[in-house]
Design a protein around this ligand. Structure first.
Ligand code: HEM
Length: 109
């Protein structure tokens, strides 16, 4: 139900497009009103850190198969999402000095 609300064309332009730059969006992802999700700030921080680290370490993420979804009426989400991570090219000097993971990124992170 919340997922359907997030795709309401009266509320969101092109609701089926992933547009990370939407400014005016007021999604129902974390519910609303008195029962608004108490963990929303933590969840947003976790998501920000996760995607920040992925972007730091990998040049790209490619979908490699079909997404399987949970059979639930309320919260929608995938049970599996097959992807391939494309490593960043590592500067030869940094790799030789052991400061960078083979897949990119930095050991100090
Ligand atoms: C992406 C992650 C998350 C999503 C999408 C999410 C989504 C939601 C939604 C839609 C509700 C409202 C349910 C309703 O109206 O009945 C809710 C409530 C709640 N969430 Fe989350 N949540 C997330 C993460 C978290 C985390 C990390 C915590 C705690 C550490 C948390 C704690 C709670 C609590 C305690 C409520 C009940 C609030 C109340 O009824 O007053 N959630 N969440």
């Amino acid at each position: 139900m919340l997922g359907a609300g997030n795709r309401d064309p009266r509320q969101f332009a092109e609701p089926d497009s992933l547009d990370l730059a939407r400014h005016d969006a007021r999604p129902l992802t974390f519910g609303g009103g008195v029962h608004f999700c108490l963990g929303a700030a933590l969840a947003r921080l976790e998501i920000e850190i996760l995607f920040g680290k992925l972007a730091e370490r990998f040049a790209g993420i490619e979908a490699t198969g079909e997404i399987a979804y949970r059979e639930r009426l309320t919260l929608r989400g995938p049970t599996s999402l097959p992807v391939r991570l494309h490593p960043r090219r590592v500067a030869a000097g940094a790799a030789a000095a052991g400061r960078v993971h083979p897949a990119g990124g930095d050991d100090r992170a």
